[in-house]
Each structure stands twice: as structure tokens, then as C-alpha cells.
Design a protein around this ligand. Structure first.
Ligand SMILES: Cc1cc2nc3c(=O)[nH]c(=O)nc-3n(C[C@H](O)[C@H](O)[C@H](O)COP(=O)(O)OP(=O)(O)OC[C@H]3O[C@@H](n4cnc5c(N)ncnc54)[C@H](O)[C@@H]3O)c2cc1C
Length: 413
């Protein structure tokens, strides 16, 4: 898809502007953001386009066309994203177009298993939002996450995988011996076998103010939102690899990065720890927790901190905060599917099913495949799976393993 030249006119306090920006960000579509409260000429442009009304977001496209307060579906249609499948039934439906899902689809399509991939955002998953993947075998100089995602997508297309984008799977159920998915637009598709590869997402702090400033001061993706903080001061919350890596990335934009760590040491690898500690723009505060986000007119101004050893509190003025405190699996849509999940919501597969719930009825006459869930014929791969290792290569490896198991499974149905 060619990259459109898009301008989003909005204001920092506007939730619909944040939603539109998030949609464009998730689909890796570059856009220019203009806050009409800070740009009087832009405000005039918005008034002119809307017959004197100050309606935002007003989103102007390369062809001169514009949308006012569009829904995500309207945005997807305008951007030419394919959100509906060509048929109702497939051999395999893959939910999630990250490294696990797309690798599986590449393998199955090559085996003439007709495959539909349903992705709620952009292809590539978390890997696409990563600045640089340094540990991909075969890429001695590293590869940008976005480039890796585009390569995966092209490869899947080359083998004839049908790809839906900007379409969320809302539920999974069984009907007449088929597995079925229902998408957010109410469409229903059936298949002989289903692969869940929906990955995970960042955990929130769940403290006052966090959701009020989401997208206008509180962020979860430095690659997406870091450039908004050129020459400003930001804080990063977390002590693991992601927090440390993203702090380093943010130093490219921000003047100063304060890294807030709850404990007394990092959980990040030694190599990254050393880089963080040696960086002149990064200041690390140990035993520090965020109690609240505060601001005015929906713009973040400060964070309230507490030292969990001394109980000393402090208000730290800040322009933006990036939170990297761990992952939650994307399995909410499986709630009523009957598929066994572990205590954190990750999908249980293979022999672990027996530990979780004894021998399910579905496996009276055979053992489950390694990546099969407690529902026969439904598989899981990648970060969404219990005991997965949360790496691109292992997610892709699980995708290929699932595909080969699916090939075996399909021989008998
Ligand atoms: C900041 C960051 C840096 C990282 N750096 C590295 C690194 O350097 N090296 C490395 O090996 N790994 C790295 N990782 C980890 C790596 O990105 C993941 O392990 C990998 O992407 C997991 O792949 P996956 O396909 O299992 O899941 P994901 O990449 O999470 O993909 C899942 C996809 O499913 C989609 N989805 C979710 N729910 C639904 C639904 N209901 N309907 C439709 N679609 C849905 C999501 O939108 C997503 O695109 C990093 C991760 C992050 C966040």
C-alpha cells in the first residue's frame, strides 16, 4: 500500500483524536499531527472545511478528501484496508498476523491449505513496533521491526494467503463440527482448524489519571510516540529489557529520560543495563513507583511518585511517560470459547492441558499435538501461549510447528 500523506487536525484533550492517531499508528500509516489549539492557521483550515464548525479530528488525505470524526471502520475503508474475507469457509483461519501467525500461514499456504489470516491492527505484531531487531538469525546488522513485518507480509501474499487487516476477532465458537470466528463487524467465518496467534500487550499501572492521559502524555510504544518528545523530558516505568531498551531509544528524541524502577535492580540483560547506566541522558531512580498522573485540560503535567522504602512522595514535572511493565495475553475474546487458559490468561497447549484439567473429552483416543489447545483442532502459537519464550524467532518457530501439526490434523478430518 502506498504511504498516504495524511494530516490529523485535533487537540490534545480530544479522545476521538487519540483514537484516530492510535489507529493510524497501529497500522503504521505515517501522518502529521497538528494541534489546532497551538496553530491558529490550522484552526482556520478546520473551520473552513466544516462550515464554521470546530469539529475534530478532521483528517485530510493526500487526494484532498477529508473525514470528520471518522469511526475506525470509516478510516479503514478510506485507507483501502481489506476488512472482509472473500469466502465464508477456509481450511484454516489464523487469528493474529504477528510473526507466529504469518509464519504459520506461509507454511500452510505452501501446502495448499487455504488460509485466512485475521489481524486487528497492522501485520507484524509487536515485532513491527520494535525499532530494531538485533537478534534475528540471518540479519547480521539487525533489521528494523517495520521492515521485518513488511517482508513477512509480502511472503505470505506471495503464497496466496488471504489477509484481513483492521478486523478484530471478537469470539470463537463451534458449529456443526466446524470452528467458527465472529469478527467485530459481525461477520462469521468457519474453518476446519483454527490457530490462535494473538500475542500479548502491555500491562497498565492502573493508577489514577493513567487512562485520562493515554495518548496525550501516557504511552506504551516509544517507536510510535517517542518522536513527539523532541527536546523534552520523559519518564520510563519498568526494570526489564523493554523498559531499558525503550529508554535508550527515547534518548534519540528527548533531552532527558528518567527511568523509574520499582525494585533495587534491573531485570534487563547485563549488556543493556550497562548501556543504560552509562548513558548521559538517562537517570535511574530505584524503589520508585508511580502513584498518579496529573495534569490540566487532558494534558499530562506531572507524575506523583513514591519511594517504596522511605514512603517519601514527590511530584515530578514531566512531558510524557512510557510504561513497560510486562505483558498480558490477548485472550479476552476466548472467554466463552471453552479453551483452557492458565491463571494469567495464556493458552495452555499439549501435555500441559492434562495438568490443567485432566484428560479433556476431546483427547480420549489420542494425545493432543504439542501446540493443540484443550479444544481438538484449535492450535495456539507464539506469545499468547503458556510457556512461550516471547521472542520473534521462537514465535515464528512455533508458527511453523503449528502449521505442520495442522497439516497432520487435517489428514484425519
Ligand atoms: C518493545 C518490544 C521490543 C522487542 N524486541 C524484541 C527483539 O529485539 N527480539 C525478539 O526476538 N523479540 C522482541 N520482542 C518480542 C517479540 O516482538 C514477540 O515475541 C513477537 O512479536 C511475538 O509474536 P506473536 O506473533 O506471538 O505475537 P504478536 O507479535 O503480539 O502478534 C499478535 C498479533 O495478533 C493481533 N491480535 C491480537 N488480538 C487479536 C484479535 N482478537 N483479532 C485479530 N488480531 C488480533 C495483534 O494485533 C498482533 O498483531 C519485542 C517486543 C516488544 C514489545
Amino acid at each position: 500500500m502506498p504511504h498516504p500523506n495524511i494530516i490529523v487536525y485535533g487537540a490534545h484533550w480530544c479522545p476521538d483524536c487519540r483514537r484516530s492517531k492510535q489507529f493510524l499508528g497501529e497500522h503504521q500509516i505515517p501522518y502529521e499531527w497538528i494541534d489546532i489549539e497551538e496553530d491558529k492557521k490550522a484552526e482556520q483550515d478546520v473551520l473552513k472545511k466544516n462550515q464554521g464548525k470546530r469539529i475534530i479530528p478532521t483528517i485530510v488525505f493526500e487526494d484532498g478528501d477529508f473525514l470528520v470524526e471518522p469511526t475506525n471502520a470509516q478510516l479503514a475503508a478510506k485507507l483501502g484496508l481489506k476488512t472482509k474475507a472473500g469466502r465464508n469457509h477456509y481450511d484454516l483461519i489464523v487469528v493474529g498476523g504477528g510473526p507466529a501467525g504469518l509464519t504459520a500461514a506461509i507454511y500452510t499456504a505452501r501446502e495448499a491449505i487455504d488460509t485466512l489470516v485475521v489481524e486487528r491492527a497492522a501485520f507484524g505484531g509487536q515485532a513491527a513496533g520494535t525499532e530494531q531487531l538485533e537478534n534475528m538469525p540471518g540479519f547480521p546488522d539487525g533489521v528494523a521491526g517495520i521492515e521485518f513485518a513488511q517482508r513477512l507480509r509480502r511472503q505470505a501474499e506471495r503464497f496466496g494467503v488471504e489477509l484481513l487487516q483492521a478486523q478484530e476477532v471478537a469470539g470463537v465458537y463451534q458449529k456443526d463440527n466446524y470452528h467458527c470466528v465472529e469478527t467485530a463487524d459481525g461477520s462469521q467465518y468457519s474453518c476446519k482448524t483454527l490457530l490462535i496467534a494473538t500475542g500479548s500487550h502491555y500491562k497498565r499501572l492502573n493508577v489514577p489519571g493513567e487512562s485520562d492521559y493515554m495518548g496525550s502524555g501516557v504511552h506504551f510504544c516509544a517507536t510510535c510516540d517517542g518522536p513527539f518528545y523532541k527536546s523534552k523530558g520523559v519518564a520510563v516505568v519498568g526494570g526489564g529489557n523493554s523498559a531499558a531498551e525503550e529508554s535508550l531509544l527515547l534518548t534519540k528524541f528527548a533531552d532527558h529520560v528518567t527511568l523509574l524502577v520499582r525494585g533495587e535492580a534491573f531485570k534487563a540483560t547485563r549488556f543493556i543495563q550497562d548501556k543504560v547506566m552509562a548513558h548521559p541522558k538517562i537517570d535511574v531512580r530505584w524503589h520508585t513507583e508511580v502513584k498518579a498522573f496529573t495534569g490540566a485540560r487532558s494534558k499530562l503535567k506531572a507524575i506523583e511518585l513514591i519511594n517504596n522504602q522511605t514512603n517519601r512522595t514527590e511530584a515530578l514535572p514531566i512531558d510524557g511517560v512510557f510504561i513497560f511493565i510486562g505483558l498480558t495475553p490477548n485472550t479476552g475474546f476466548l472467554k466463552s470459547s471453552g479453551i483452557a487458559l492458565d491463571q494469567w490468561g495464556f493458552i495452555v497447549t499439549g501435555h500441559a492441558i492434562k495438568h490443567a484439567q485432566g484428560q479433556p473429552a476431546a483427547f480420549k483416543h489420542r494425545d493432543p499435538f504439542l501446540l493443540e489447545t484443550s479444544t481438538a483442532g484449535i492450535f495456539a502459537a507464539g506469545d499468547v501461549r503458556d510457556a512461550s519464550t516471547k521472542q520473534v524467532v521462537s514465535a515464528a518457530g512455533e508458527g511453523s510447528t503449528a502449521a505442520l501439526e495442522i497439516r497432520e490434523y487435517l489428514k484425519h478430518v
